[in-house]
Ligand binder design. Structure first.
Ligand SMILES: Cc1cc2nc3c(=O)[nH]c(=O)nc-3n(C[C@H](O)[C@H](O)[C@H](O)COP(=O)(O)OP(=O)(O)OC[C@H]3O[C@@H](n4cnc5c(N)ncnc54)[C@H](O)[C@@H]3O)c2cc1C
Length: 434
């Protein structure tokens, strides 16, 4: 077993983990990243990057040229029964929406973390997280050989690891093994949303836009078709496990859903005329259907453990948007906040790091999530989406503003929190301008 000391150990190298590693490594800290997968690896996702995610990725130094399936979109279309199509032209100054396979994106981010000096251990599954050295550090143990992985790639001779650090950033996804190991997981918790997707090749010309579909039996929830290069699309749907109105009083039973029928299982798009028309007659699946939970309960689960030595980020913190289920921008943001708090507090004040992190998440993100939760109420009613969307005036200035809000160009609740206004907040150019 290989033993080594770091300043920060990051568990999980999805967008949250890589962002944490990059931020800490750029600040000169010794960082290790441990992931049970070997990269590139697939991740069940819609592959959609909002303006918020794109700005954060640009800030981390990501070069889109390193993400093979990077596909910018210039238009989004929302289709709800009982309503004319809502067409949203995205601003032309920089990027506001991109689709990129997580297979490519996450691997590029891991490479970027490595290039900034982080030590990346792939194929290592974390099995223990405990306090050590009289509470002044955390010890993380892992074993190799998971999912056909052959060991710590790029680090020869490491069949298992015992790493010590002042802090652990737990960015290990919706099921967060670290949360379970610390006894902080809620038994039977299955996420607020269940979502699934597949890749479809030979999709027709209409599929070059970003599409969002509301279907009666998917409420509360929606389906999407997001364009990828070469006529491929990522098509899927997400549904809330239980309608909000019931969620406060009645805990979900495992496997329960507000829909009775749809629980993330594959559906045949040919049976859905509006979606089939966008995919076109030649469309055919090119990969397996995959389904995964989406945790959207920021603030409803502990953000820190082991007296502040472990901070949870991204899906492990339940950070996805309660209205859309998107979580990449939120993963990147929580990672930046957590590492910022760790750096500010220093190695000997974990209580201060945890306190700051909770405060920043509360003031910087929770208010947006509360608004999203309220807005998502419209999804619970059969005519809710059409009614709400028909309130958007069909003028370019209004649809443009709505598109910016939808695509997380600024915090959702910015209008309720004037203290977050900055000059130009509502009209900034997009990310990755030439
Ligand atoms: C079907 C679907 C569609 C979605 N579509 C979108 C979308 O279009 N846009 C969007 O913004 N969000 C979307 N999301 C949400 C988004 O996928 C997540 O919010 C995002 O992946 C969270 O990133 P993360 O880094 O927190 O976790 P993850 O990306 O899940 O990464 C966690 C990492 O932890 C690793 N790990 C797990 N256990 C261990 C262990 N024991 N030891 C070591 N490593 C471990 C995993 O291998 C993984 O690499 C979607 C989700 C689903 C399910």
């Amino acid at each position: 077993m290989r033993s080594e000391r770091f300043d920060i150990v990051v568990v999980g190298s999805g967008p949250a983990g890589s962002a944490a590693a990059i931020t800490a490594a750029r600040a000169g800290r010794r960082v290790a990243v441990i992931d049970k997968a070997t990269f590139p690896r697939d991740k069940c996702c819609g592959d959609g990057l909002t303006a918020g995610a794109l700005r954060a990725l640009e800030g981390l130094g990501l070069d889109p040229a390193n993400v093979k399936s990077w596909e910018p979109a210039s238009r989004a279309v929302v289709d709800a029964p009982g309503m004319d199509l809502l067409e949203l032209a995205l601003p032309g100054d920089g990027l506001f929406a991109v689709t990129a396979r997580r297979y490519d994106l996450d691997s590029a981010l891991v490479d970027l973390a490595r290039s900034y000096g982080a030590t990346v251990f792939e194929g290592q599954s974390v099995t223990a997280v405990r306090s050590c050295l009289g509470g002044s550090a955390v010890e993380v143990e892992s074993t190799s050989g998971v999912s056909g992985a052959s060991g710590a790639s790029g680090v020869p001779g490491a069949s298992g690891l015992k790493l010590t650090a002042s802090y652990v950033i737990a960015s290990d996804g919706a099921w967060s093994p670290v949360r379970k190991l610390l006894g902080l997981a809620e038994p039977g918790y299955l996420g607020e949303w269940q979502a699934g997707r597949e890749y479809i090749a030979d999709a027709g010309p209409l599929s070059r836009d970003l599409w969002v579909f509301f279907e009666a039996d998917m409420l509360p929830g929606y389906a999407w078709s997001f364009p990828l290069p070469d006529g491929t699309v990522n098509v899927g749907y997400g549904v809330l496990r239980r309608p909000r109105s019931r969620s406060a009083s009645s805990p979900a039973s495992p496997g329960s859903s507000g829909h009775g029928m749809l629980r993330g299982q594959r559906i045949d798009w040919a049976d859905r005329p509006r979606i089939a028309a966008v995919l076109g007659p030649a469309a055919r699946p090119t990969g397996p259907w995959k389904s995964w939970p989406i945790p959207a309960r920021l603030g409803g689960t502990p953000l820190a453990g082991l007296e502040g030595r472990v901070l949870f980020c991204g899906d492990a913190a339940g950070a996805c948007d309660p209205m859309t289920g998107e979580g990449i921008a939120q993963a990147l943001e929580t990672a930046a906040l957590a590492v910022g708090c760790v750096l500010q507090a220093g190695p000997s004040r974990p209580d201060a790091a945890a306190r700051r992190y909770k405060r920043r998440v509360r003031f910087g993100m929770q208010v947006d999530h509360m608004l999203s939760r309220v807005c998502s109420e419209v999804l619970t009613h059969p005519h809710g989406p059409a009614k709400a969307l028909s309130m958007v005036p069909r003028r370019p200035s209004a649809t443009g503003r709505f598109a910016r809000w939808m695509f997380e160009d600024y915090p959702r609740a910015i209008f309720l929190t004037p203290q977050r206004w900055r000059p130009g907040t509502l009209g900034r150019p997009g990310a990755f301008r030439p």
